[in-house]
Design a protein around this ligand. Structure first.
Ligand code: ASP
Length: 313
């Protein structure tokens, strides 16, 4: 049997944290899973040892570059370990930039490395199993936590500390990875790959509230925001003062993307332009922000941006 190769890219997060003291090096994290895969060669690439609140757009680009390099150098699959706070953003970023390289899985944990019952090592083992299945590549980037396989586009953190914190609201997981092996329960969707050349910050995310006004938008435009993502109140509805100010943002060439503050459903007619000139999406606000930062590397035109938001993922 030819040896398979898995590259593990480590970045920190609770999966590498101890109750006290510094984070565990990537190599130590991976040393615990090697025994479960005797026929697999593991290569560890430690990008950083940080909480995911400290992941910057530069680090994000660095993680993407390492993923591409790993496949170029012969990896059969790549697993990224990451803090769960911004894991969904990193996973979706990779989903948008990676293209058809091979299986890519992002994982983390809710309990520390040295807790009485750590979930991190189990998550890492299951992630490696998923990354060793060639079919996994057809689903784009996947997030494996708690024996469940989620699409990067749909997954989100729904609880700030419970162990079953990761879900895909409205759609559920696409499969399971546990003691019975890797099983997909839905078919992969057709995907469109766009060659984005950079992440263009600053793109800002605003959540609408009852009677919330224009002040933050005015301040952001003055601070030269490159684009705005707004979580509307429901199915695209905004307080009137906010709409007015967003219309003037579009007129001054700051693209505006509208989604919802609801857990699922998005704005009406995702991937189109409203009469006010806003791009609509059913992505979460956090993920729409990642996509807009990438889209701005290609175009500033709302019509062109809407086309990218119409494409899957
Ligand atoms: N502090 C963590 C983070 O880096 C939370 C976690 O990993 O679960 O996001």
């Amino acid at each position: 049997m030819t040896q398979r190769r898995l590259d593990i890219i480590t970045t920190g997060g609770t999966i590498a944290s101890r109750s006290e003291g510094p984070m565990v090096p990537g190599e130590q994290l991976v040393s615990h899973v090697r025994k479960f895969f005797p026929d697999t060669e593991f290569n560890v690439h430690e990008i950083c040892r940080k909480g995911s609140n400290q992941i910057t757009t530069d680090l994000l680009w660095g993680i993407g570059s390492q993923v591409k390099k790993s496949f170029k150098d012969g990896a059969n699959g790549v697993v990224i370990t990451h803090g769960t706070d911004t894991l969904e953003e990193t996973a979706y970023f990779l989903d948008l930039i990676a293209g058809p390289l091979g299986p890519i899985v992002v994982t983390g944990s809710m309990r520390e490395f040295d807790s009485a019952s750590p979930d991190g090592l189990a998550n890492l083992v299951e992630s490696c199993k998923v990354a060793l299945e060639p079919v996994s590549a057809e689903y784009g980037v996947l997030v494996v936590m708690n024996d469940r396989i989620h699409l990067a586009r749909e997954v989100t953190k729904v609880h700030s500390w419970l162990v079953d914190a990761i879900e895909s609201p409205g759609v559920g997981p696409v499969g399971y990875a546990g003691k019975h092996g890797v099983k997909y329960t839905v078919k992969p969707l057709d995907r469109v790959h766009v060659e984005y050349t950079a992440l263009v910050p600053p793109v800002d995310l605003i959540k609408a509230g009852l009677d919330s006004g224009a002040r933050p938008i005015r301040a952001l435009i003055e601070a030269r925001s490159r684009g705005l993502v707004v979580e509307s109140l429901g199915h695209g509805h905004l307080p009137p003062g906010l709409t007015e100010c967003l219309v003037s943002a579009v007129k001054s060439n700051v693209p505006v993307v509208i989604t919802t503050r609801c857990l699922s459903g998005g704005a009406p007619n995702p991937g189109t332009i409203t009469e006010s000139g806003f791009v609509t999406t059913d992505l979460s606000g956090a993920k729409a922000r990642i996509k807009l930062m990438l889209a701005l590397s290609v175009t500033n035109e709302p019509e062109e941006i809407a086309k990218m938001f119409a494409q899957y993922p």
